[in-house]
Design a protein around this ligand. Structure first.
Ligand code: PXP
Length: 237
């Protein structure tokens, strides 16, 4: 049965909206673990717009499942990862101006950079996953540069606005997952997955783990709001 790793970046985004210390993504990580998550994901971005170095360090001490660090293949991030030792690094492309990760890492275009990063991280004792589009060439390249795992980008499938585009995008994910599995790579999948789109993946046994953030944190805000309002009213009355 596939696992679920939860990305808690949005909790940090809310904290940074006020630049104070709540809500704390470290507390959120403990809650998602208690609820049964198989791992916690954070993306330490170059601009530190949400997750901060302090969060990753504390998470390393507190997480009891798996700490998965998403990061760009830069020397700064590689040094931080080797020092903190997450259980898995997922290499992602990163642009300063993007709202969120916009697509898979193009291993073909950045082969030396990505390959060097994989080697440096593995030498530091950290297994490496690469976030890739559902493209057989990218999967084969990830295998060729000895990545341990791929995370298949599900965003195009989740955002497809016609049934034809949706089924075409899903087929590409299935083919890529099967190819990666055949090549003995670990197979994760994520980006944009929600409570409807996840249903399509039932029975796709090649996928080891889903990485989901936005839809779960968005739902948590809505399902938790009623209780939060009642608690404040009780204090006021
Ligand atoms: N996987 C990767 C590589 C990501 O960059 C993200 C977004 O941070 C996710 C999964 C989770 O995507 P979402 O927040 O849309 O569930």
């Amino acid at each position: 049965m596939p696992g679920l790793a939860i990305n808690v970046d949005h909790v940090a985004t809310l904290r940074e909206a006020r630049k104070i210390n709540i809500p704390d993504p470290v507390t959120a990580a403990a809650i998602v673990e208690l609820a049964g998550a198989d791992g916690v994901v954070v993306h330490l971005r170059e601009d530190r717009r949400h997750i901060r170095d302090r969060d990753v360090r504390l998470l390393r001490e507190t997480i009891k499942t798996k700490l998965i660090l998403e990061m760009a293949a830069t020397s700064e991030m590689i040094a931080i990862a080797i020092e903190i030792k997450p259980d898995l690094v997922t290499l992602v492309p990163e642009k300063r101006e993007e709202l969120t990760t916009e697509g898979g890492l193009d291993i073909h275009h950045h082969k030396d950079l990505v390959s060097d990063a994989v080697q440096a991280l593995q030498k530091g004792g950290i297994p490496v996953s690469i976030f890739v589009d559902p493209d057989p060439d990218q999967i084969k390249l990830a295998h060729r540069i000895d990545a341990n795992c791929v995370e298949i980008h599900t965003g195009t499938f989740c955002e497809a606005d016609t049934p034809e585009k949706r089924s075409e995008a899903f087929e590409r994910i299935v083919d890529s997952a099967k190819l990666a599995y055949k090549l003995k790579l670990g197979v994760n999948a994520g980006h944009g997955l929600g409570y409807q789109t996840i249903k399509a993946f039932k029975g796709l046994s090649e996928i080891d783990e889903f990485s989901i953030g936005h839809s779960i944190i968005a739902r948590a805000v809505l399902v938790g709001l009623d209780r939060a309002v009642r608690e404040m009213i009780a204090l006021i009355k």
